[in-house]
Design a protein around this ligand. Structure first.
Ligand SMILES: CC(C)(COP(=O)(O)OP(=O)(O)OC[C@H]1O[C@@H](n2cnc3c(N)ncnc32)[C@H](O)[C@@H]1OP(=O)(O)O)[C@@H](O)C(=O)NCCC(=O)NCCS
Length: 178
């Protein structure tokens, strides 16, 4: 982990390629990140083009874990939520390259995501993960509280329905008013 640096991802062609490659590999290996296998490059790039545009407008932050210039992990913090939930943020699209898993990169990305969310005035984070082959144990280790399970929620990348587990974590004192 010592040689990996966490920072926001810019909207360069290199970032777009790296994030798309990372998502294609993640889906091919059974990761539930909203897509089915095989994920084609065009669909992956369309997704990340939109995500990086939303990041440029401040609606979200896409963090990257950089090994040199290559993005080997990512997580997104969604900041733009309804008017009556300004203190809430959502976490999504947490992925680590297969070659770099088990080194604490996702845990470090999550710590950075929480720090960033706190800086942006967020006190309550919400996320979900697939019941099968998801990251529930990782989130539990990081202090997220399991709110419940919705069965039959989505198809796994290689087919077959799986449930989704909802988690939340309070990361700062709650506001008195909006
Ligand atoms: C979930 C995921 C992001 C974890 O990334 P990571 O950088 O390996 O995470 P960490 O190293 O911080 O922790 C990995 C966990 O796997 C364990 N692990 C150890 N060696 C490992 C290895 N070689 N490969 C994978 N996991 C390993 C760690 O002990 C740790 O255990 P925990 O699940 O009980 O917390 C990664 O596996 C991934 O991209 N999965 C597919 C996408 C996905 O499911 N994302 C979550 C969507 S909500």
């Amino acid at each position: 982990m010592s040689d990996v640096v966490i920072r926001p991802v810019d909207a360069s062609p290199r970032s777009l390629n790296d994030l798309s490659d990372l998502m294609i590999e993640t889906v091919a290996n059974g990761g539930s990140v909203s897509f089915l296998h095989p994920l084609d490059e065009g669909r992956a790039k369309t997704f990340w083009t939109g995500a990086l545009a939303a990041a440029a407008s401040g609606e979200r932050v896409v963090l990257g874990a950089f090994d040199g210039e290559r993005i080997v992990g990512t997580v997104t913090v969604f900041l733009a939520l309804p008017q009556n939930q300004p203190h809430r943020g959502e976490i999504g699209k947490l992925m680590t390259a297969v070659s770099h898993r088990g080194r604490g990169i996702a845990s470090t990305l999550m710590a950075a995501a929480e720090a960033l969310a706190r800086e942006r005035g967020k006190s309550l984070l919400v996320l979900d993960t697939a019941e099968e082959e998801g990251a529930a144990s990782l989130y539990e280790r990081l202090g997220y509280i399991r709110a419940g399970l919705i069965p039959h929620y989505a198809f796994k990348p290689q087919g077959g329905l799986t449930g989704t587990v909802l988690f939340w974590k309070q990361i700062a004192p709650l506001p008195d008013h909006a």
